[in-house]
Write a protein that binds this ligand. Structure first.
Ligand code: 3PG
Ligand code: MG
Length: 432
């Protein structure tokens, strides 16, 4: 359901209705949010470890509630694949939400059926109700139309503020708005959705220059389409993370035990050629922090042996020793990249520079975070952080509030940057 869109992504996006265009008084507003938040079990209770995605929807909720809408919130949590996994219940989210809003939020232990309809029937203007995980039904991910009809029974209007799930063509993101629209009801973007599309879409169409893109993360394969598209927009691209090693391999260097995608070496070569052809400055690490990976007897959650890293050290040779793996960018790379970042007027950052969860390999990512924060604060550069691990890294470095915008989307922000139309956005009503 993903299509390539035209050149002016931002303009397409802004052609959608937003909640500013709605009159919600007394209406039942079916509101899709992305409350897929990290949870941890503590003393037998599920505790939310990062409530950012909930916090970021508060402006939409407050606005619609103040205007007298009856808000029926739908969301997913994890991937229960049609089963009622207790650990993936949204109940703790309802409690957290009530806490943050300072007002009651009712919770319903199902998302469809008579109980839901009866509860909605007695809602008052301004009331909030959170439905249970829509993915407790496998029909959600299958975008089953009968299931979507059942969800849509409590919807006069549809609002999507779930940017993080907008790349999914599921019942609650795509099926329900289609049904509401067919009945003549309006389907609009929430304020968070609007902001996400503005920063990751519109703002990057005609960025102030120099436009510097920082790309990291493990795999080239995750970023191929993004790299290709950004090669047409950026002045400078800085590459870090394990994906740098596929590029190094393409240049003929030894990569030891670093994570390399051998089948993507050709893609790396092509990207480098395109960069030089278009005059894009494409920088790869000059040095790195390496260590010797050793498999332990301990198993991770998926049953795979946990790898420990021994003998961490800076490596200034472009070749990696046979027993070593590259796990962070080194100090010479940090200073070269920081210098480029310091000249930027617009920055897009997606993906960490190394295995930042381990302190020994966090300095590259932290230093880049500091450079991005500094140029934003001192030079007024616009810095846009493309979600997922880079947001986690910025927050870990306590610099989250020093950048212009941090996306709440992971996969969704990548797909938007790839230039794809997101099904959850496509389903919203056009402005006319
Ligand atoms: C996310 O966390 O990336 C979104 O909530 C989408 O979740 P999903 O990848 O399980 O569809
Ligand atoms: Mg995901």
């Amino acid at each position: 359901m993903t299509m390539l869109c035209g050149p002016i992504l931002g303009a397409q996006v802004m052609a959608k209705l937003t909640i500013n265009d709605l009159n919600v008084r007394g209406k039942r507003v079916f509101l899709r949010v992305d409350y897929n938040v990290p949870l941890e079990e503590k003393e037998g209770q599920m505790v939310i470890t990062d409530a950012t995605r909930i916090v970021e929807t508060l402006p939409t909720l407050r606005r619609l509630s103040e205007q007298g809408g009856k808000l029926i919130l739908a969301a997913h949590l994890g991937r229960p694949k049609g089963k009622r996994e207790a650990s993936m219940s949204l109940r703790p989210v309802a409690i957290k939400l009530a806490d943050l809003l300072g007002r009651p939020v009712a919770f319903m232990d199902d998302c469809i059926g008579e109980k839901v309809e009866k509860t909605v029937a007695i809602m008052q203007p301004g009331d909030l109700l959170l439905l249970e995980n829509v993915r407790y039904y496998e029909e959600e991910e299958a975008n089953d139309s009968e299931f979507a009809e059942k969800l849509a029974r409590v919807a006069d209007l549809y609002v999507n503020d779930a940017f993080g799930a907008a790349h999914r063509a599921h019942a609650s993101t795509e099926g329900v708005p289609r049904i509401v629209a067919k009945r003549g009801g309006q389907c609009a973007a929430g304020l968070l959705m609007e902001r996400e599309l503005k920063f990751l879409g519109e703002e990057l169409e005609n960025p102030a220059r120099p436009f510097v893109v920082i790309l990291g993360g493990a795999k080239v394969s995750d970023k191929i389409l993004v790299i290709d598209r950004l090669l047409e927009k950026a002045n400078t691209i800085l590459v870090g993370g394990a994906m740098a090693y596929t590029f190094r391999r393409s240049q003929g260097y030894k990569t030891g035990k670093s994570l390399v995608e051998p089948d993507k070496v050709g893609v790396a070569t092509a990207a480098l050629a395109k960069a030089s052809q278009r005059g894009v400055k494409f920088l790869l690490p000059l040095d790195d922090v390496i260590a010797v990976p050793v498999k332990t007897e301990k198993l991770d959650k998926k049953g795979k042996p946990i790898v420990e890293y021994q003998n961490a050290r800076i490596n200034t040779d472009m070749n990696c020793p046979d027993d070593g793996a590259g796990l962070d960018i080194g100090p010479a790379t940090v200073s070269a990249y920081s210098e480029e970042i310091g000249k930027a007027k617009t920055i897009l950052w997606n993906g960490p520079m190394g295995l930042f969860e381990d302190k020994r390999f966090a300095e590259g990512t932290n230093a880049i975070a500091r450079a991005v924060a500094e140029v934003t604060q001192k030079n007024g550069a616009k810095s846009i952080i493309g979600g997922g691990d880079s947001v986690k890294a910025l927050n870990q470095a306590k610099l989250g509030d020093k950048v212009t915008f941090m996306s709440t989307g992971g996969g969704a922000s990548l797909e938007l940057l790839e230039g794809k139309v997101l099904p959850g956005v496509a389903a919203l009503t056009e402005k006319n």
